[in-house]
Design a protein around this ligand. Structure first.
Ligand code: GLN
Length: 563
């Protein structure tokens, strides 16, 4: 908690430091349907503006009543991305951080719930001077206040604001009202991009513009007019349809941008620049002084991502993959991206398989794991799929397959070791069996009170905390540093009462909190196992295309070397 307060103060100081620069705002809204890559489009626009020498930040607005994304089931909503300040947010925040290569503060994420919560708090605190507090204008005004504050904290030339959902939904109308109000007040400082979708129905084989026209009209009915239309679709937009959209949607033809499906999301900024999008946005926003675009480092990364020589085959064993008849890989998005960046850095082609832990409850199935060069168990909650995961850890440990456990994956590695290697009886974690005699993973004392009060939202150990690394360890070697800072999201931890016993039994706690109370990294010595490492934190939240995460790189390297 103390650290979070510190963060907030840093935010306030940054605010004071902010110059009186002219902040510009670019809203990104969705038309036609969701899931067409609005987050990637927003991140890519942020990237190309940054490449022009501008200071850019990005905000995500989610129209849910949930105050943050922490209470949402990942199969409903995708990955919960934890910011350095500790806020549990939408995975798009991860895209912004990865594309921009910067940390983004908590203020840049808002939901309907968090906006209402703040307005109600202010009303209770008599901050509205006895006025009627109304949905309009007070909710949009609060939204605008948050947006402007974020721009100030980042000292941003341009702030990109992605509004979740699709125009025409009841849910985001108050956010569109905020756009309308801002645009009316400062028309030169606000622009709107509508990310639309142009289907090519199989039966006719022709790209249809009508849904986009309808979406533009729906947006207009909220008093908001798009300056740009990004035409997402299975193929590129042709000239004829570009002109049609321009005419019917009241947008300049050169501001209708073709955005066909691409093999890699990292191509998107480069494709946008083929249409000179950054220049056009700067024109519309009246940004005069811009540098020549420099995307050279990005271009090198994209080239590397396509030139891998050998393959490295990694299994990510989780439980949040199934949604009806579909497989969801979004749930572990940051983990998957982190593996890719490290593989690219090593000149390798990542071949990542998402597999459910459930079938591995049957030990006969474990043989199937032989085909993988490395096994990763990411974070998770609850008891479903645990038996399977424990069997997988045992298999990886005994068969010397490189293993990387993240958060729950680390806790299960400790449990598996205690159970199978140290042959401890009646051993478990509090999360699985609180009545077990030896709880090698236990609830943190601070968390105990919260759980007792059924106050579960936003109560885990969240955000960045420092850790010190043990000399000579795999972790120390990977990081090349004695002290690190990583993001956390957990309620349980290695029980300090068992640290001595586990250490005597061969587990190395190579990363601890500076006061040595919390075990942050566990590993087996290299002469026992080529790579058996668990991290209580989530390194994936720090992995960036242009700076892959050292622990992931060490894992992928060990996996490849053991092939
Ligand atoms: N369920 C575990 C805990 O709360 C691990 C959390 C995680 O993997 N993010 O500590």
């Amino acid at each position: 908690m103390a650290r979070n307060t510190e963060k907030r103060q840093t935010g306030r100081k940054a605010q004071k430091r902010s110059t009186n620069k002219q902040h510009k705002f670019l809203f990104v809204v969705g038309g036609v349907m969701s899931g067409v890559g609005k987050g990637v489009a927003s991140s890519s626009i942020a990237k190309i503006l940054q490449a022009r020498g501008l200071t850019v930040t990005a905000i995500k607005i989610d129209p849910y009543i949930n105050v943050d994304a922490g209470t949402m089931n990942p199969t409903e909503h995708g990955e919960v991305f934890v910011l350095g300040g500790g806020l549990e947010t939408d995975q798009d925040m991860g895209n912004y951080e990865r594309f921009l290569g910067t940390d983004i503060p908590d203020i840049n994420y808002m939901t309907t719930g968090s906006v209402y919560q703040e307005v109600i708090r202010k009303e209770r605190n008599l901050e509205y001077d006895g006025k009627n507090v109304e949905v309009v204008p007070h909710i949009p005004l609060q939204v605008i206040k948050r947006i402007k504050k974020a721009a100030q904290v980042a000292n941003a030339d341009v702030t990109i604001i992605e509004i979740g959902g699709t125009v025409g939904e009841y849910q985001n109308i108050l956010f569109l009202e905020a756009v309308r109000m801002m645009k009316t007040k400062t028309p030169d400082d606000v622009a709107v991009v509508m990310v639309s979708y142009l289907p090519v129905p199989g039966s006719i084989g022709e790209m249809k513009t009508k849904p986009t026209q309808t979406a533009a009209r729906t947006l207009n009915s909220a008093g908001v007019f798009a300056d740009f239309i990004l035409a997402r679709g299975p193929v590129a937009l042709d000239k004829k349809r570009k002109e049609k959209i321009a005419q019917f949607c009241n947008v300049e033809p050169q501001n209708v941008i073709s955005a066909p499906d691409v093999a890699s999301v990292y191509d998107v900024p480069l494709n946008f620049e083929k249409d000179k999008l950054s220049e056009r946005i700067c024109n519309v926003l009246n940004i005069k002084k811009i540098q020549k675009s420099d995307l050279s480092a990005w271009r090198r990364f994209v080239a590397k991502s396509k030139n891998g020589h050998d393959t490295v085959k990694i299994a990510v064993v989780g439980k949040y993959f199934n949604s009806g008849d579909f497989i969801l890989s979004d749930v572990y998005l940051s983990v998957l991206e982190a593996i890719k960046y490290s593989a690219y850095k090593l000149g390798l082609k990542p071949d990542i398989h998402y597999i459910s832990s459930l079938p591995f409850e049957d030990k006969k199935k474990l043989k199937e794991l032989k085909q993988y060069d490395g096994i990763l168990i990411p974070g998770g909650f609850g008891t479903t799929g645990i038996l399977g995961k424990l069997n997988v850890v045992k298999y990886a440990r005994e068969n010397k397959i490189p293993y990387f456990g993240i958060c729950y994956g680390m806790q299960l590695a400790v449990l598996e070791y205690a159970k199978n290697k140290l042959r401890m009886k009646n051993v478990s974690t509090t999360e699985i069996d609180p009545s077990a005699q030896h709880l090698v993973i236990d609830i943190m004392p601070e968390q105990k009170e919260k759980v007792a009060k059924s106050d579960m939202g936003g109560t885990m150990r969240l955000g960045e905390y420092p850790a010190v690394l043990k000399r000579g360890s795999i972790a120390r070697k990977a990081y090349g540093a004695d002290e690190i800072s990583e993001r956390h999201r957990h309620r349980y931890e290695v029980n300090p009462e068992y640290v001595e016993k586990l250490s005597a039994g061969g587990l190395v706690f190579s990363g601890t909190s500076p006061d040595e109370r919390l075990m942050e990294i566990v590993e087996l010595p290299k002469d026992i196992h080529p790579f058996f490492v668990g991290a209580q934190f989530h390194p994936e939240f720090h992995a960036r295309p242009l700076s892959p995460h050292p622990l992931f790189t060490a894992f992928v390297k060990a996996s490849y070397e053991g092939k």
